[in-house]
Every structure is written in structure tokens, then in C-alpha cells.
Design a protein around this ligand. Structure first.
Ligand SMILES: NC(=O)c1ccc[n+]([C@@H]2O[C@H](COP(=O)([O-])OP(=O)(O)OC[C@H]3O[C@@H](n4cnc5c(N)ncnc54)[C@H](O)[C@@H]3O)[C@@H](O)[C@H]2O)c1
Length: 347
């Protein structure tokens, strides 16, 4: 039987919406468990639970590596097939989540994730004080994508340095999978740095942006096979599996998508293929770092953006440890996070 590694898991049927509400608190060893709320369609709520368990674990690692005194949590609002999420049902569902978050008394703080917005956080905040990332107009820090993209961009530079000995991206072919909030910002920065862009998205409306960036468009089914120096997964997670690793035609993978590996064993398969993978939960921590600075620290945009630069230093440490110990970057990142959690627990 798999060991339960979560401190608390709440699964309930929303009183107003009648829909499932899932909150997973993985660890509060470093502080309040924080993590976004994923509102997504699932065939079965249990797949949503699986996501909540995995994503909350990743949040613990992310906060530990980012050096912020927060633990790991996640909420998932799995919308069943054929349920039409009208604006009023959506509001009810968000209020149901707010009640669950409030009932946890601050153990878990909710922020936005795939399928939710800063405005949704304002709706949740009508039911709980533990909702973060509210719109700026409502006195919050707003959308975290810009700092997330900035952190991933820095991580791509560190990875380039590790592989080619130079941070210069001019002429490097970079494939960006997913041109959403983070992917579109990244593609813009990468293009400005001189990278040759190959992009894709399931939303064909993103072709316009691709054209504006002078990028080559490929169909989403070909995403993993993009021939590139660096592949940037910026859509949903789980795309790198034992069977898809063989399709890759890149030298490095660095992107914001959470939980890119279907399981930890994929890290070794990537290494065997000579593909350098920068751990997602390390490189996509820009939003968390920024959010922490703004919510708890200075509330100054420039200072908060400066905190994001720490990601590059940590990634350098992780690559160095991986090389020194002959382990994968995933194992090195996990070890570093566990060292920090153990040190905090001992204190
Ligand atoms: N927004 C943040 O600050 C942040 C922080 C940390 C991690 N992340 C992660 O980064 C990823 C992107 O986040 P986002 O905020 O940009 O999300 P988003 O929803 O704005 O963008 C995702 C984009 O990916 C596209 N997409 C979905 N499935 C696809 C597929 N199979 N192939 C190609 N494109 C596909 C969507 O159409 C959309 O344009 C997510 O995995 C998210 O969990 C985001």
C-alpha cells in the first residue's frame, strides 16, 4: 500500500454547487501550505484528486527550493463531463471552495492556477480570508504569470550555459508548447533574445501571436517532436512519459508546466537520452516568490521581481550537485528541498 504523505486531504460535495471540492495539504513544515486552485474538466473526480495530491507535493518542493516559508497545498475543482459551468454555478463552486479553505483555519492558502483567475480569487475571498493573488484593483498582487515567465527565462539561460557554455540564445531554436499566460510572455522574451521560435497551442487563435513573433507554427500533436535546442513545456503537465521521451528531438527541456514528468523514473530516461531537464517545480517558482514578497514582504513590485532572480542561482546549484553526485537534476532538486525541509523541521 502506498504511504500517505499528505497532512490533510479534504474531499467534499459543495453545498451550493453540488460539485466536488478537493483540497490537499501536503506539508506545513515550512509554513502555511499554499497552492493554486485548478478548475478543470475531468472524466472522474478521482483524477482530480490524483492531480491535487501530486501538485500539492510539488508545491512543498517548490516553496522549499524557492526559500519561502510556505508549505505545499493545492485545490482542485473537477468539473464532471456534461456539466455546464454557468457563471452562477461557477460562483457557487468558488464559494464552496472558500468555505472549505476557511474551515482549515489558515492551514491552506489558495491562489490561482490553470482554469482560475485573480478575479476568481476575489470571489473565493468573499468566503475566506485565506485567498491570495486577488486583482490589483481589489488590493491584491494580481496575476503571477509575468514573474513566473521571468524565472523560467532565467532558468533557460542557466540551462544554456550548462549545455553550451554560453547564455547567448541568438540563433538557438526554442520550441514553446502552449502560448497561454506564461508561454506567450516567454515566447516574446525568447524572441527578443534572438531565439528562433517554433510554437504550438491547441487554441488555434494563438496563431496570430505566433505570426506576430515571426515564429514557426506546428500542430499540437507534433509538440514533443519539435526539433529544438530547448523545448519549453508551457501547457499542462504529464506530457513526458516513458513512451514519449523517445519522441523528443531537443537537447534540453525547461518550462513552466507543472508536473511535466508522468513519474519520477522519466528523469532517468531523459538523462539516458542526453537531454538536460530543469526541474519544473524549481524553475516555475517565480509567481510564488513574487507572491510571497508582495503578500508578506515589501509589497514593492521591483523588490519582488528581484527575488525571482534566486531561481537561477538555485538551478545552478542543482545542476552542480547533479553533476558532482552523478544523479539526475530531479534527484538533486529533491535532495536540496528535503535538506531544507529537514533543517526547518529540526528548528
Ligand atoms: N501562471 C503561472 O504563474 C504559473 C506558475 C507556475 C506554473 N504554471 C504552470 O505553467 C503552465 C501554463 O500556465 P499558464 O498560466 O500559462 O496557463 P494558461 O491556461 O494561460 O495557458 C496554457 C496554454 O496551453 C494551451 N494548451 C493546453 N493544452 C495544450 C496542448 N496539449 N498542446 C498545446 N497547447 C496546449 C492552452 O490552450 C493555453 O493557451 C501550467 O502547467 C501551469 O500550471 C503557471
Amino acid at each position: 500500500m502506498a504511504q500517505l504523505r499528505h497532512e490533510k486531504i479534504v474531499i467534499s460535495t459543495g453545498r451550493r454547487s453540488g460539485l466536488p471540492v478537493i483540497v490537499a495539504v501536503h506539508s506545513t513544515a515550512l509554513g502555511q501550505a499554499v497552492g493554486g486552485c485548478r478548475l478543470w474538466r475531468y472524466d472522474d473526480w478521482r483524477a482530480g484528486l490524483e492531480d491535487a495530491l501530486r501538485l500539492s507535493n510539488a508545491m512543498t518542493l517548490k516553496c522549499a527550493l524557492a526559500g519561502v516559508p510556505w508549505g505545499g497545498g493545492k485545490s482542485v475543482l473537477p468539473v464532471p463531463p456534461r456539466v455546464e459551468l454557468t457563471p452562477s454555478l461557477r460562483r457557487d463552486l468558488l464559494h464552496d471552495l472558500g468555505d472549505v479553505v476557511e474551515s482549515l483555519g489558515g492551514t491552506y492558502g489558495v491562489a490561482e492556477d490553470v482554469g482560475t483567475t485573480a478575479q476568481d480569487m476575489a470571489t473565493i475571498a468573499e468566503r475566506t480570508e485565506f485567498a491570495y493573488g486577488l486583482p490589483q484593483a481589489a488590493g491584491g498582487v494580481g496575476e503571477p504569470s509575468a514573474p513566473t515567465a521571468a524565472g523560467v527565462f532565467d532558468a533557460i539561460l542557466v540551462t544554456a550555459e550548462q549545455v553550451w557554455g554560453t547564455r547567448d540564445l541568438a540563433g538557438r531554436q526554442v520550441g514553446v508548447v502552449g502560448l497561454g499566460q506564461v508561454g506567450s510572455r516567454l515566447a516574446t522574451s525568447l524572441g527578443a533574445a534572438g531565439a528562433k521560435l517554433v510554437v504550438t497551442d491547441v487554441d488555434r487563435g494563438k496563431r496570430e501571436l505566433a505570426e506576430a513573433l515571426g515564429a514557426t507554427w506546428v500542430e499540437p500533436e507534433q509538440a514533443l517532436a519539435i526539433e529544438a535546442d530547448v523545448l519549453v513545456p508551457a501547457a499542462l503537465g504529464g506530457s513526458l512519459t516513458p513512451s514519449t521521451v523517445g519522441d523528443l528531438r531537443c537537447r534540453a527541456v525547461v518550462g513552466p508546466a507543472n508536473n511535466q514528468l508522468s513519474d519520477d523514473g522519466v528523469a532517468a530516461l531523459l538523462a539516458q537520452r542526453g537531454i538536460l531537464w530543469a526541474p519544473d517545480f524549481l524553475v516555475n517558482a517565480g509567481g510564488v516568490l513574487y507572491g510571497h514578497e508582495m503578500e508578506v514582504g515589501s509589497r514593492n513590485h521591483d523588490t519582488a521581481m528581484a527575488a525571482v532572480t534566486g531561481i537561477a542561482d538555485t538551478l545552478r546549484d542543482v545542476f552542480a550537485r547533479a553533476t558532482h553526485e552523478g544523479i539526475t537534476p530531479l534527484a538533486a532538486a529533491n535532495a536540496l528541498a528535503e535538506d531544507r525541509i529537514a533543517a526547518a523541521s529540526a528548528r
